[in-house]
Ligand binder design. Sequence first.
Ligand code: MTE
Ligand code: QUE
Ligand code: MOS
Length: 797
Amino acid sequence: MGDGLKGLPPIASDPHDSSFSHVTGRSEYVDDRPLLKRELICGLVYSPYARANLKSTDFTQALQVPGVVEVVTAKDVVTNTWGTIFQDQPVLASTEVHYAGEVIAVLGAETPEALRMGLAQVKVEWEKLPAILSVDEAVSKKSFIGEERSIARGDVVEALKNSPKRLSGCLKIQGADHFYLESQAAVVYPKEEGQLEVHSSTQHPTETQHVVAKACGVPFKDVVCIAKRLGGGFGGKESQAAPIAAFAALMAKKTGRPARLALSKDDDMVITGKRNPFQISYDVGFNSEGKILAFDAKLFSDGGAYADLSTSIMERAMLHSDNAYFIPHMRVCGQVCRTNYHPHTAFRGFGGPKGVALIESVLEDVARETGKDALDIRKLNCYKPGEDITHYGQKVENNLLPGLFEKLETDSEYRSRREEINSWNQKAIETGGNPRGLSLTAVKFGISFTTRFLNQGNALVIIHTDGSVQVSTGAVEMGQGVNSRIASIVAEEFGLPLSSIRMMPTSTEKNANTSPTAASSGTDINGAAAQKACLEIKKRLAALALKLKDTSKELWPSKTAGLGTAPEIELGKEIETSLTQVAFENCQVMLRDKSFQLKFSDLVREAYLNRISLSEYGHYRIPDLGFDKLKGKGRAFLYYTQGVAASEVELDRDTGEVKVRRVDILMDLGRPINYGLDVGQVTGGFIQGMGWVTTENLVYNQDGFLLSHSPSTYKIPSIQDTPRIFNANLVHNEGNTVNVKSTKAVGEPPLLLCLSVWTAIRDAVMSYQGNKVIPMAIPATSERILRALTPEEFLET
Ligand code: MTE
Ligand code: QUE
Ligand code: MOS
């Protein structure tokens, strides 16, 4: 099982469908829409304090500024509550604010200058109130969102008691900003009879439509939300794009004028929530071999001021606390805390990275305690035949993990490099040199929304009479390439080149009741829906082709339809079986026995003239899911995307800086639809994660106001931070037949492999400190690294 995994050699791939327009600057984003006559530019008034009473507001002077037109406050909001899971959040706050950055008013002006001057003239009187600004404080005050949940198997208390070795500890994990290059933005056009056309940078057009409609007090039918493309979303535009669009819509509704709101980077960072910070305590029992016998963990997350997606994020953290490892007795408890920070939200990986950070960290510690190599500990505990049921009772099917560990151990030359690093570090300790670390971690990411009803998608496929095709789905293109992948699926079904397929802007007018493009499932769900639509059209076309074969050409629709000189061809039951006899290839439609063929575009034209529908709407639902949230048991995921990464780091002994010397990644992505896009997701996700675990440090003042709200104070990875040697490879796996085209989702899983950089940093630190267990928070900033290397030099004050 898993032995002899074969690599998948690089496959020449089609470029991203926007690559040309991106590099030539022609790609249109929301704020690139030309200004219309009378259009208003909006700006936001928000709280500088974590918690405060809003004693009074005075907009008179602001409204006297020439060019300032209107102000929108809570009084203008028809239904002033929203929230993706719990409706606990006001669109605009009115009497009390619960986080620094909470919006209380929207100002509309004719020019950016007027807007800036107007905002400066807004008078607000705040009365500061005590705020909760840490998880510890929230826990002691029992300030929670939702109930505590627990997922357990076996008898963890007894098994811990009977374990020959025990270890307990705490792990502190900070948040991270999404740092999409396009900030939150919306442009709203008021239309006839109260209708609103919303252009939004949103991962979730349906929710944006709904939040706008409720805030403005109109039925859903009167709001169309369109998302052509995003300059990055990463989860940050899953829930939090909706109120931004509502602000612009309220202004458009109140003034009857088009309204645009495009946040500055600083406002965006202050207002929007981040990856949830986590605080975790754990107790692990193991034997002298390093086999884990029992694992008990308690997870607290900082949800911020409102629920947002935090409870689902916590659930995913709990479902990923096993990661790639079988733990016979396991209990994981999770509780979201309500604090006075911006509401934290989805971020690539959702809760997964926090759960995986925990267990990967614990395995590093177990290695120290047993004196073994951490890779051997991981291989020993890895899911394998006979030990392949998760703590929530789902079987790990098509499990490539053992083979992935073996292959990357070889490909990355792990053992010889471990030897080199050992002697390097010995010298470093003696001579005051820079310590190095090496670590190999895994990911097993569950693919499916854990909330069952979200696992559905729909697609509209339209063939025009020249044989070119338009496809609309609920999927949002945010750079990940979902449009290119779906276009490839459709092109392959019809046997057409990609140039015949046009992916249309995502719009609730064509695809309603959609799920967010999230949970890495965009292609899985929407691609499968598009494929279903294609198959229905193909059945009709194939049935017609079979009829045309037996019809003399003079009687074909193209010769007779205009005059009505021959009866129409009737398609009967053969529609159901036609596809077994007909193939669509190379722009041709042909009988499989080669007795007849014609051009795709000619057949399409005959079909139109014969009054056969050339459009289809496909709906797809992921089958066989059965996770019971109350019991914490069942099949939560359709399948797992798996991978491993080995990272080597060097720590600067004087500055604490991290240099990532080499990274080797190996992932199972099934049969990639587009190899190039997939490898792009792997490397991009990995480096984005590296920022979270190393340099991205969110700093707040005592009022809970984010101070690090721009690239000058918040350090995301740059080109200098990319690993000096960076090998990202895939393995051959045709076995994931449960998913469309036997592919596997790629969007989030590679981010979790960044944890190998963090564990490599821990490896370096602990190796430098004589292999003692030394805790490390996320991110492992330079400061934290220096303190861990030489604590005596940095006494905490
Ligand atoms: N890649 C780019 N370039 N930009 C993004 O915003 N978002 C990530 C991932 N990759 C993102 C990205 C996140 S959080 C998710 S859930 C998936 O893409 C969503 O798209 P998919 O389901 O089509 O993979
Ligand atoms: C992964 C996700 C999401 C998720 C569960 C996952 C996600 C999301 C929701 C969600 C849950 C309940 C709701 C709702 C959405 O769950 O993105 O509207 O009522 O939005 O495992 O990415
Ligand atoms: Mo991605 S965090 O599921 O939008």
